[in-house]
Design a protein around this ligand. Structure first.
Ligand SMILES: [Zn+2]
Length: 250
């Protein structure tokens, strides 16, 4: 591509980008071309005014897992969209078709763009879903306690479902939206949250296949993930010195 056409493309991008109302003072602008030949302009801005959401006086703990996208300490489960699995079949066909094309041919290049576009679509769907869930949680709560995910040594250590729902991306969106909404997200060190009883604090051993927390000490019978989410809330509140040893109920 010539310098001239590259410049004109950039101008078109900037023209359209400025139609979107930018907030704050622009610090940097990055022009990027994706593998599917789409152009994007990313603006990094300073002094962006916050958009506070009304205070609710409520706090919530979140547990992340494979079966649900997340479970809250109120017992609500948000199902896992599994965009990747749903699109897997079509993606596999496209990838197979791509690999059968002759190297260097235009048909192979066309197929490569189709594969990349399919990946981009999944990424965008997932990102929209993350924004929607973050907004819902922040509208209903002032403080959100989440498990600190740093204990996962690497992305590869997670299984495919966990990577699929891309927790790290979601938490980054949640942190960014919380700052904008003047709400708080607190990372809680993961300490035995799935095994500990959220009512009496005793340890109740269970493997991953056991989906119910049934405490022989205090009699609490509750969904396994809800129990973990309550522990995240309780640990977080105790770390902040609020409600220290009280059971983590909202
Ligand atoms: Zn108990």
């Amino acid at each position: 591509m010539s310098i001239k056409s590259l410049k004109s493309r950039k101008l078109v991008i900037l023209k359209y980008s400025f139609l979107v109302r930018l907030k704050g003072e622009i610090k940097t602008v990055t022009i990027r071309k994706t593998l599917s030949n789409r152009w994007y302009a990313t603006f990094s801005c300073d002094k962006v005014a916050s958009k506070p959401l009304p205070k609710t006086g409520k706090s919530i703990g979140i547990d992340v897992g494979c079966l649900s996208f997340l479970t809250t300490s109120n017992g609500e489960k948000i199902s896992n969209p599994r965009f990747f699995q749903r699109a897997q079949k079509s993606l596999t066909q496209k990838q197979r078709s791509f690999s059968h094309r002759k190297k260097g041919s235009s048909r192979r290049n066309k197929m490569r763009i189709m594969v990349v576009k399919a990946h981009e679509k999944i990424f965008n769907q997932r990102r929209d879903f993350h924004f929607k869930i973050a907004r819902k949680l922040l509208q209903a709560n002032d403080t959100i306690y989440i498990e600190n995910m740093n204990h996962f040594k690497s992305f590869r250590a997670l299984n495919r479902s966990m990577r699929d729902v891309a927790w790290f991306n979601f938490f980054n969106i949640l942190l960014f939206k919380a700052e904008e909404a003047e709400k708080e997200v607190v990372k809680v060190p993961a300490r035995n949250t799935s095994q500990m009883c959220s009512s009496c604090g005793r340890t109740v051993q269970k493997d991953l296949s056991c989906r119910v927390h049934s405490c022989p000490f205090c009699g609490l019978i509750i969904d396994r993930d809800t129990n973990a989410a309550r522990n995240v809330l309780r640990l977080g509140q105790s770390l902040q010195g609020a409600g220290a040893l009280a059971p983590a109920m909202n």
